[in-house]
Write a protein that binds this ligand. Structure first.
Ligand code: ATP
Length: 512
């Protein structure tokens, strides 16, 4: 039995494990890395593919009302004009004139520094900064105004935060930026465009400007008519797409949580204008939560953030983000928005093509409304990794208790599903049997063969990459009944099973 120890998963441990075991590397690492870009190594690409396949299977293949699509990354620039991205897809940016650092102003906050009851300015800090660092900065400001002995009002400092986008000119002039030594170095926020531009064709003038898509959704809207005309869809129905998206994020951070190149899994679910969208929105949120739980995220780590009506885009009826308890805090994982008929109407107006559908049930024609569940592949992968990361203590081959790191991936998405081990590598009959079973399993699943080292060490290596099952071929297999030992990663429990039982069990655990 294992002696489980609770573990506070830090991002550093996850990043280190990802690098050590070949899940994720910094892009262009031999040139020092490239901020906001990551590469997926042998295990990372398996995990990533399994997440995408599970999503596609559950939301497209196993449903009658959703069709798949794969549209291009670069599309006609008019699409981005119609969607509003050319004019409006930006984030507020503030520069620090002293440190030359740039901040996303809606993720930067200011807190008042009150000394002996008197206000002495503000300290700025980025979202997710811990309280002790904010106090440290406030003390820096105290020192700089020659008030070393003054009492700092830590309560107000901790509780009264204003988003930097809402700071007045006067407040900005008195603000100590996160990496500055004097106050008043932050510029007023200005809009920073997030779309990457490129040129298409041999001319390099403005008419050749095109964009790398910042979301997959517009590829769905621009193909909606094709699917309505060629498929047998009837309202309500959805179109789903998985694909790369690019955003020139001002401050990519927190590993793969916010990067400049990432992947999205998006659905546009078209409904009748008079449909009960509030109920359908709720249904979608529940389906999304159920799916996250089905791939191994604990239900209690998922919460909902309902966007306040004053923060919604004018066309949006409602948006709720599903939040996950990431190592750096509770953050958006999956956005589920009710976008009315805004996008289709925009494309109808800009393209001159009708986006109406004939509803067989109501015998009427209309432009449908849409519910948009939009999920990041990379954020899901980070959520899965942080939920799976566990440290516990188990006895080794000699019976001594040892610390172990394991990834408790659900068998459905685990990069390696099972590892096959001959008990000893110098016994040809064991090796032969193990190789035959390995080849057989390999035809269906990604399995691993390992013959080197003590069996306990071999188990440990697989635990660390999250392989749920270990299968050992020993002398009983050869000499007695052909059964193998099946070991469970999480409990370390072992039992003997026949080959037929093994295959049934794996099928049930992996393919359900
Ligand atoms: P945020 O507020 O975190 O910038 P957003 O609200 O702009 O995100 P959406 O435009 O709703 O995000 O994108 C849908 C989903 O795509 C997000 O919920 C997230 O999972 C993913 N996503 C968005 N931006 C990034 C990024 N820079 N890196 C990784 N995933 C992202």
């Amino acid at each position: 039995m294992t002696a489980q120890k609770s573990c506070n998963n830090s991002m550093e441990e996850i990043v280190a494990l990802c690098k050590r075991r070949g899940f994720i590397f910094a892009s262009s690492e031999i040139y020092g890395g490239y901020n906001g870009f990551y590469d997926y190594g042998p295990l990372g690409v398996e995990l990533r593919n399994n997440i995408k396949q599970a999503w596609w299977r559950d939301f497209v293949q196993r449903r009658e009302d959703i069709e798949g699509l794969d549209s291009t990354i670069i599309m006609h620039p008019k699409i981005w004009k119609a969607s509003g991205h050319v004019d409006g897809f930006s984030d507020p940016l503030a520069d620090c004139k002293e440190s030359k650092k740039r901040y996303r102003a809606d993720q930067l906050f200011i807190a008042p520094v009150i000394l002996d009851g008197e206000s002495f300015g503000y300290v700025a800090f980025v979202e997710g900064t811990d309280a002790s660092s904010v106090v440290k900065r406030a003390k820096k400001l105290r020192d700089s105004v020659d008030k070393k002995q003054a009492e700092l009002d830590t309560e107000t400092l901790a509780n009264e935060h204003t988003e930097f986008t809402e700071a007045t000119e006067e407040q900005r002039a008195l603000t100590l930026a996160p990496e500055a030594t004097t106050v008043g170095t932050l510029t007023a926020p200005r809009e920073f465009k997030l779309m990457f531009e490129t040129k298409v064709g041999p001319l390099a003038d403005d008419s050749a400007t095109a964009y790398l898509r910042p979301e997959t959704a517009q590829g769905i809207f621009s193909n909606y008519k094709n699917i309505v005309d060629t498929g047998r869809v009837k309202i309500p129905f959805g179109i789903a797409q998985i694909g790369k998206a690019f955003r020139n994020e001002i401050t990519p951070r927190n590993f793969i949580f916010r990067s400049r190149e990432f992947e999205q899994m998006e659905i546009e679910y078209f409904i009748a204008p008079e449909a009960d969208w509030k109920k359908l929105h709720r249904d979608w949120l529940d389906q999304c939560i159920d799916w996250l739980v089905s791939i191994g995220l604990p239900r209690e780590s998922i919460t909902e953030d309902v966007h306040k009506s004053e923060k919604l885009a004018f066309y949006s009826q409602a948006t709720t983000d599903l939040m996950f308890e990431f190592p750096h805090g509770q953050q958006e994982l999956w956005g589920v928005a009710c976008r009315s008929d805004y996008d289709l109407k925009q494309h109808q107006e800009h393209s001159g093509k009708s986006m109406e559908i004939f509803d067989e049930v109501s015998k009427s024609k209309y432009v449908p409304h849409v519910i948009e569940p939009s999920l990041g592949v990379d954020r899901t992968l980070l959520a899965v990794l942080s939920a799976a990361y566990t440290e516990d203590e188990v006895p080794n081959d000699k019976g001594q208790v040892e610390r172990r790191v394991l990834l408790k991936f659900s068998p459905k998405i685990a990069p390696v599903k099972a590892a096959v081990f001959p008990l000893l590598k110098n016994k040809p009959e064991l090796v032969e049997h193990a190789q035959a079973l390995y080849k057989k399993l390999q035809r269906r699943w990604n399995v691993f063969y390992d013959a080197s080292g003590a069996i306990g060490r071999r188990y440990r290596r697989q635990d660390e990459i999250g392989t749920p099952f270990g299968i050992t071929i020993d002398f009983d297999t050869i000499e007695k009944d052909g059964t193998v030992t099946l070991r469970d990663r999480d409990t370390c429990e072992q039992r003997r099973v026949t080959e037929a039982e093994l295959i049934n069990f794996l099928e049930e655990q992996i393919d359900s």
